[in-house]
Design a protein around this ligand. Structure first.
Ligand code: PTJ
Length: 215
């Protein structure tokens, strides 16, 4: 990106660049660019800072993840482009399994996301299986991995469309959502909602988990 560091919107433009890179690499769907635009608008209104309420939600999320018997981190095309390294670090710090779960169905993209996570240090990445489905959902997101989301008690869901959070809760799971839109269905239906940008929320969650573990 040929924008100088002094540009007032430098960070925001850098984040956009990651999404564009994600599309070029085949990790992010083109729809992901539109989803990012919506998130960006909400972040602008929030002042592009992690507010007090989000910090409290991150603290609660850290505790829930550490208490979970079978926590799983769900990864889609946008979260892989924005925070692959951090999501791998998060999975190690809990520890939790990583599972690729996409809205816009694509085996090719699933495999590329897995490759990206492995490149960033993941030892194991689960993929969806046609043989295991969660109930109360029609979209591609119903297909999950039997050793991952299927048997998870807590699922961490950073930025996605709203059709799955409600279904996961109805399937008896606790769901932690990161979504910049506090009015989205995901944000309203989750067990814990972190209204923040994934690029800020995940590093803070890792730090909080480390602090809790030290205590
Ligand atoms: O990779 P796939 O096929 O699984 O598709 C992923 C997307 C994100 C394209 C898909 O799940 C989708 O269409 O999502 P939506 O319905 O556009 O919802 C995305 C939500 O994430 C919106 O509520 C946005 O405000 C929010 N959002 C966008 N960027 C961020 C974000 N929340 C946190 N951090 C962000 N950086």
């Amino acid at each position: 990106m040929a924008v100088p560091k002094s540009h007032p919107r430098y960070l925001s433009l850098k984040i956009r660049d990651k999404l564009v890179e994600g599309v070029k690499k085949g990790i992010t769907s083109t729809h992901g660019l539109i989803a990012h635009g919506r998130g960006e608008a909400f972040d602008y209104i929030l002042g592009e800072k992690t507010n007090k309420k989000a910090k409290k939600a991150i603290e609660r999320a850290a505790k829930l993840l550490l208490k979970a018997k079978h926590p799983v981190i769900s990864v889609n095309g946008n979260s892989a482009a924005l925070a692959a390294r951090e999501l791998v670090q998060l999975s190690k710090s809990i520890p939790a399994k990583l599972e690729v779960n996409l809205f816009h169905s694509s085996k090719k993209r699933e495999l590329l996301i897995k490759k990206e996570l492995v490149k960033n240090g993941a030892k194991e990445v689960l993929l969806s299986q046609k043989s295991s489905k969660i109930k109360f959902i029609e979209s591609n997101r119903k297909y999950v991995n039997k050793d991952g989301i299927y048997k998870a008690d807590v699922v961490f869901v950073p930025l996605e469309d709203g059709d799955r959070t409600e279904a996961l809760v109805k399937n008896g799971k606790k769901v932690i959502v990161v979504d910049l839109n506090p009015m989205s269905r995901s944000a309203k239906k989750a067990t814990i909602t972190i209204v923040d940008n994934i690029v800020r929320a995940v590093p803070l969650l890792i730090k909080t988990i480390k602090n809790l573990k030290n205590k």
